[in-house]
Design a protein around this ligand. Structure first.
Ligand code: 13P
Length: 337
């Protein structure tokens, strides 16, 4: 058992406390720059810092957000006035999180499939992040649906890496967020997404168990069971909620501290609507809290308003807070669009 077991349990519980969710702002520099470039925002370190300051200093953010997930560059940054972001986060009672994977890379011998890297030196990096104040971590694995894929090899190597990461996190005092994302890209049906998510979660929990990860000291960050973006037959909100809950109930052990979804390219409104029905209809039959850990579905309206202009910060913060509030309501089954 980890020497941090009691602390990890308390942290995991706090991350999924009633009415709260996690805010992912851990885009790598490459991803952040891509989102900036789409809006013609100059892709500089200072703009990335200013944007993260906008988010983290949003008034009342901690009412709805238990913890933001940061990127390595961000956890070392400060506000314009010189207060470290970690201090900004902890002062209002939120928990700092950190992305520790180093990205999804091409999987050798498997065209169009990825394996997430970042295990080398991870024990030492976790120790550094813990000493900087981080209390939870994230690792994202990517599973692609396509012709003949995902392969069992892709699912296995990613599940193994997720479990090795999670065990190292618990050893070093960070609650692992275990994120196996089944991508929304493609024209696959809801049923196919269910099968792939089922296979993936089964493999991930098999590895977590085999490698001694404590379920009550981790959070699962899954994708919802949806149809591919290009699928002509798009399911209803009710169908997505039902399929997702069925898949989770089949695969996620009861002691898991919480389930916090990614938004995965769904619109802000749609991802909130799905989360809302899951909680309004199925909370009574789920053994774990079901909440959000969204990036785009919370940030995008704020980023589109801000566009790198300092006089737009306050309104952008209002937009961010609005999405956080909507998803908080959805996590309680009380959201109305
Ligand atoms: P999205 O909510 O934009 O999918 O991002 C969640 C996340 O953290 C991906 O790793």
């Amino acid at each position: 058992m980890s020497t941090y077991a009691q602390e990890l349990k308390a942290t995991a519980k706090a991350l999924v406390a009633a009415g709260k969710g996690i805010l992912a702002i851990d885009e790598s520099n490459g991803t952040c720059n891509k989102r900036f470039a789409q809006l013609s925002i100059p892709t500089t370190e200072e703009n990335r810092r200013a944007y993260r300051e906008l988010i983290l200093t949003t008034p009342q953010l901690s009412t709805y957000i238990s913890g933001p997930i940061l990127f390595d560059e961000t956890i070392r940054q400060s506000t314009r006035n010189g207060k470290s972001f970690v201090q900004v986060i902890t002062e209002v009672g939120m928990l700092p999180g950190i992305k520790v994977d180093t990205g999804a890379k091409d999987l050798a011998a498997h065209r169009d499939e990825k394996v997430t890297e970042g295990l080398d030196g991870l024990r030492e990096r976790i120790a550094e992040y813990y000493s900087m104040g981080a209390r939870f971590a994230k690792w994202r694995a990517v599973i692609t649906i396509g012709d003949g894929i995902p392969s069992q090899a892709c699912i296995s190597v990613n599940a193994q890496a997720l479990a090795r990461y999670a065990a190292l996190c618990q050893e070093g005092g960070l609650v692992p967020i275990v994120e196996p994302e089944v991508l929304i890209d493609g024209d696959h049906t809801l049923e196919r997404c269910y099968q792939v998510t089922d296979r993936t979660l089964h493999a991930v929990f098999g590895q977590l168990y085999a490698q001694g990860v404590a379920f009550d000291q981790m959070i699962l960050k899954p994708s919802m069971v949806v149809a591919g973006k290009e699928c002509p037959q798009q399911p209803s909100v009710d169908e997505v909620a039902e399929a997702t809950i069925n898949c989770l109930r089949k695969n996620v052990p009861a002691p898991v501290a919480g389930v916090a979804f990614l938004s995965g390219g769904q619109s802000a409104e749609r991802s909130a609507a799905h989360l809302n029905i899951m909680n309004a209809r199925y909370a009574g039959i789920c053994p774990w809290p079901v909440t959000f850990s969204y990036a785009r579905a919370i940030q995008q309206p704020a980023l589109e308003h801000w566009r790198g202009e300092s006089q737009r910060v306050s309104e952008a913060q209002q937009r961010l807070l609005h999405r956080a509030k909507c998803n908080s309501a959805a996590s309680l089954g009380e959201y109305s669009p």
